[in-house]
Every structure is written in C-alpha cells, then in structure tokens.
Design a protein around this ligand. Structure first.
Ligand code: PGA
Ligand code: ZN
Length: 426
C-alpha cells in the first residue's frame, strides 16, 4: 500500500458505440488494482465550437477509428498520470489540458483526454469506496426530470421532421421512478398509435430511441405525442420541450432557417415559437437559433418569459462561450455534455458558472453512446435537475435511467425529485 492513492496504470482501448462507430474506453489502475473505467460518447449533430474529437482517417472503420487517440492515452497521458494521486481530479485535468496546449484539445484529442478524466473520477470514487455522485458532491440529492425524446427528427432520424427532438417531461411525478414509469407507459401507447397513423416503418427508432413518423409539420408531431399522453391519463403531469438543433437548419448564405420546408428569418423563428408556446404547454426550447446568433438568443429569451431557452451548439459546455451568453442575456440554460469540452473539471466549472448566474443546467447524453451510465451519476452530483438521455428504450439509453433508479434507492428519503423546479432544483 502506498501512503496515497497512486495511479499505477492507465490503459485505453478502442470499443464501439451504439452506432457501431469506434470510441475510446479508458481503464485507470490504483495501487495495482483496476478501479475505474469510462467510455467516451460522440455526437452526430455537433456544434462547430466543440473540442476536437480525434479520428484516424484512412479506410479502417471508414476513417472513424480512434487508434491515434488510444495511443495518446497509453503514452503521453499515461506518462503524465502515473504515480499521481487519483483523487486530485482538478490538478490532473488541468495538467492534461496544459500538456495538450491547444485551445480545442486537437493535439491529444478531446476524446483521449476525456476518457482519462472520467476514468480517473471513477477510480477515485471506487478507491474511496463511494458512489461517484457522492464522491463528487456530498450534498448530491436531486433526481432529475427525464427529458424524454420520444419523437425523433433532424439529423438523428430518417424522416423529414425539422426539429431533432420532441420531448415530454413528466414534471408532475412525485419521484424519479414514477416519472420513468409514466414515460415508459406513454411510449408504449405512442408506438402502436404511430404505426396506426403512419404505417409500420414509422415505429423504427431514431438514434435516441424515439419513433420516426414521416411528418413535416411540427404541430402534427406534437399532436401525436400529446394524443399518446392524453390516452395515458397523465396529461396533468406532462409538459413539452424541443431540441431544434437550428444550426443544422440554417443557411448562411440566405440567412434563413428551413422550418417545415419553409424559409424563416430570425424574426420569423421567434414568432413561430411565440405562437407555438401560446398553443401548447412548452417549457423548454433548445437551440431555436444557430450557434453564432447570441443576439437572436437574447431576443428569444426576452420574447418567451418563463420558457427555458437552452444553448447546446451555442455554448458547447464552454465557460468562455457561456460567459458571453450571460453578459448578453442569451438563453437561460446550458446543455451540459462533457465531451464538448473534454475534461470533467472544465465541465463542472461551466455548470458552476451557469448556476451562479441563474442559468439552468441540463445534463445530456450524445446520440452516440455506450452502455456506460456515467452521466446519471454526474447529473445527481450537480443537483442538475434535468437529464436528456433519449427514449426509455435501447440499452445505451436505459443504462442511464436504470442507474438513476439505483441512485434513488441508495439515497432513500434524502432524495428529492426535481419536478417542476427542474431549472432551479436547489
Ligand atoms: P448529438 O445530438 O449528440 O448528435 O449532438 C444531441 C443534441 O443535439 O442535443
Ligand atoms: Zn442539441
């Protein structure tokens, strides 16, 4: 036994994610025992300002191999971490950032650095014999509202629905487990309803497990979801949200957005949402405008009081980009994806900045996930109050929900469900 919790080995391997695309898995050994393992997620509908995901190029796996990132973990990153105290998360993360030395982690790869960062956190928690959420925060107690993406469109589907995610939030449930039960029941109604209206191909699922009906009109998709909710009898407990991923609907040349096959200006988009919010109980809209339009985000935030406006491609979990948003009043919530920034420490700093400035924090999966449920522990560690991790189907999604059930049970009476206060749970 050493007198401190010494990292004795770091080992990365190439695995595949839920799309069959390679990604990085890292093992961290402490005092000669394997203590922490973590997988790195990957987006498809990515923002331009995300940290750099290193891919091999060439022909192997269509160019998506990650052997260079693996090599970087097993050499430069391992050299840095060996013999260090595994519980010094911040120092280790900042040293990896410094070793990389680029603004977007393009030398070592954000996927290499993040894999090490997350595996270190897991290894430290295991070494201290604590669940990860409690290791990161002894006050962790909030179970999040699941933002259930039950109808998929955009880049994560095979249909022509403009918005990427049609989400229902069971804010009226009493507990997380009740919230999960309600959404699974609604999804079970939604699937045959979708097949009856749109044919059997419509119930194939998109990348995040939602149905993919051949719909173009946003209201038609919302009505489908609402009809399933009504039939379930849970209508009073449910509110709605979108991820528009509008960066991917924007044409830079004409400065217009393709919504429902029509071209809209920024003002047109804002009016579109004003109308929609007056017709449906919509409480949260992610990326209604493109990633460079801070002014537009400020305007829509003012135009829709009481609605959560979430910046995903806008902020990319980056403190500097969030600081600009705070200054301008652009959005009032940050989507929180650890691989957009590349270390746990930096992602935590972004969350702290968000909370301090009255912004919400919505912890999110990527469309490319593995069975690693890490973000379930992270959302509880942050007392974040909301998690976006797809429909309650497919193991890479249910892994997170099932881990939250375990955490709820572990916390027992100390747990609170964020419910209607999902934006400010503590
Ligand atoms: P991504 O999609 O993981 O492909 O980026 C999810 C999102 O945009 O929120
Ligand atoms: Zn998004």
């Amino acid at each position: 036994m050493s007198e401190y919790n010494r990292i004795t080995d770091v080992n990365a391997r190439e695995i595949i994610d839920c799309r069959g695309t390679p990604t990085v898995q890292v093992d961290v050994w402490v005092d000669d025992e394997l203590r922490g393992r973590a997988d790195v997620p990957s987006g498809r509908s990515t923002g331009s300002y995300e940290a750099y995901e290193m891919r091999d190029g060439g022909t192997r796996y269509g160019g998506y191999g990650v052997t260079k990132a693996i090599h970087n973990v097993n050499t430069a990153i391992a050299d840095l971490l060996l013999d260090r105290d595994v519980t010094e998360q911040r120092a280790l993360d900042l040293d990896m950032v410094a070793l990389d030395g680029t603004p977007n982690k393009s030398r070592l790869g954000a996927n290499a650095i993040l894999g090490a960062s997350l595996a270190v956190a897991r290894a430290a928690a295991a070494t201290l014999e604590l669940p990860l959420y409690r290791y990161l925060n002894s006050e962790a107690h909030v179970l999040p509202v699941p933002m259930m993406n039950l109808v998929n469109g955009g880049k994560l589907s095979s249909n022509d629905l403009c918005f990427q995610e049609f989400i229902m939030m069971p804010v009226g449930a009493e507990t997380f487990s009740e919230a999960l039960q309600i959404t699974a029941e609604i999804n079970a109604i939604l699937r045959p309803m979708t097949a009856a209206r749109y044919g059997k191909l419509a119930v194939n699922v998109g990348d995040e497990g939602g149905v993919v009906p051949p719909i173009v009109d946003v209201r038609e998709a919302l009505n489908l979801l609402r009809d399933a909710v009504r039939q379930s009898g849970y209508e009073s407990k449910i509110v709605y949200a979108f991820d528009c991923a509008a960066t991917h609907l924007y044409d830079r040349r004409s400065e217009t957005y393709q919504f429902e096959g029509k071209q809209l200006s920024r003002d047109g988009v804002i009016q579109f949402f004003k109308n929609l919010v007056s017709e449906y109980p919509i409480v949260s809209i992610e990326d209604p405008l493109q990633e460079d339009d801070y002014e537009g985000f400020a305007e829509i935030t003012r135009a829709l009081p009481g609605v959560q406006i979430v910046g995903d491609d806008l902020f990319v979990t980056n403190k500097a980009r969030l600081a600009r948003g705070v200054e301008m009043g652009a959005a009032n919530s940050v989507l929180w994806k650890v691989n957009q920034i590349g270390t746990l420490t930096e992602a935590m700093e972004t969350a702290t900045m968000a909370f301090r400035n009255g912004y919400g924090v919505c912890v999110s999966e990527r469309s490319g996930e593995t069975e690693d449920p890490m973000i379930a522990d992270l959302v509880v560690a942050l007392n974040g109050g909301q998690i976006k991790t797809g429909a309650p189907v497919r193991s890479e999604r249910t892994a997170k929900y099932n881990r939250l059930l375990q955490i709820e049970e572990e916390l027992g009476p100390a747990a609170t469900y964020a419910g209607r206060s999902f934006r400010r749970p503590v």
